[in-house]
Design a protein around this ligand. Structure first.
Ligand code: MF3
Ligand code: CO
Ligand code: CO
Length: 278
């Protein structure tokens, strides 16, 4: 097992990167309107990162083994797209579309990774409910995070809430350790059993990013080599935060002024959040 325990200096760097990633999501929100293309959202975010923040968009040219280089600065996954959607100048958003925008920035060598759901005009009741339940899933997973709990505890909390609501959890993609590397150990599964897999220790940093489908959990990859869609074409939603394990709980690193608040049902983290740095 080689899960990196971050030093105080590394944690400070990760706080900055996390906040900057979240601020890109704040920045792009007003541009998500009927008629905009996902390519335009990518260009806006790219220019904000590079010119305003002086961050590096981590997805651009990212090429893990077996993948061709990702061609854009952010991921935009619309409706039945699960994740890793490639922004496209020909993809115009229309009223009723729902999409995930996933931003990863690199600042001073540290990665911050976060994503949110956005509505284009008014969503359907089904799409709103899926997005809300997925948000609760992410937070129920995060609420399990503290020194001594396990990776299985996180996955279990997410899976139970998704399935109680009649949804399914995507298995092929998971949260991940993050730091100087975009993706490192451990894998954070979004399903599982309590008190299984590795124990969490203070100083670990990883993402929690459940992908939840309204229909069946099976997925397929499109011919572009990146975009993942639901096999049954049902809607899919995802939210993501980067989280630090502390002795008493957790600290969400991908915070910003425009970040939606945790659901009212999340109380376990209150104490931890009081200790968070502004
Ligand atoms: N940001 C995604 C994650 O949460 C990874 C995207 S890889 C890319 O892990 F190349 F598609 F950008
Ligand atoms: Co991630
Ligand atoms: Co991400």
């Amino acid at each position: 097992m080689s899960i990196v325990i971050k030093s105080a200096e590394e944690i400070a760097g990760m706080r900055v990167a996390g906040r900057l990633a979240a601020e890109v999501l704040d920045f792009v929100a007003p541009f998500v309107k009927p008629g905009v293309t996902t390519g335009e959202l990518d260009r806006l975010c790219h220019d904000y990162m590079v010119s305003v923040q002086q961050t590096v968009p981590a997805p651009l040219n990212y090429a893990p083994p077996g993948y061709r280089p990702f061609p854009k600065a952010i991921c935009t996954s619309v409706n039945h797209q699960v994740c890793h959607g490639i922004p496209d100048e020909r993809k115009t958003l229309k009223t009723g579309d729902v999409l995930n925008i996933d931003v990863t920035v690199i600042k001073d060598g540290f990665h911050g990774d976060t994503s949110r759901m956005y509505f284009v005009g008014e969503p359907s009741i089904a799409a709103r409910r899926l997005s809300e339940v997925t948000y609760e899933c992410m937070w129920r997973g995060i609420a399990q995070v503290r020194q001594g709990s396990t990776i299985g505890d996180i996955g279990h909390a997410i899976q139970v809430h998704a399935e109680e609501n009649g949804y399914s959890v995507v298995r092929e993609f998971c949260g991940h350790g993050i730091g100087r590397k975009f993706h490192e150990e451990p894998q954070i599964l979004h399903y599982g059993k309590p008190n299984t897999l590795e124990k969490l220790a203070a100083g670990m940093i990883f993402t929690v990013e459940p992908m939840i489908n309204a229909g069946r959990r099976e997925i397929k990859e499109l011919a572009d080599g990146w975009t993942i869609v639901t096999k049954d074409h049902s809607l899919s939603a995802q939210w993501e935060h980067t989280v630090l394990v502390t002795e008493s709980g957790y600290e969400v690193l991908t915070r910003s002024a425009g970040m939606p608040p945790p659901p009212a049902s999340i109380t376990g983290g209150e104490e931890a959040r009081e200790h968070e740095h502004a």
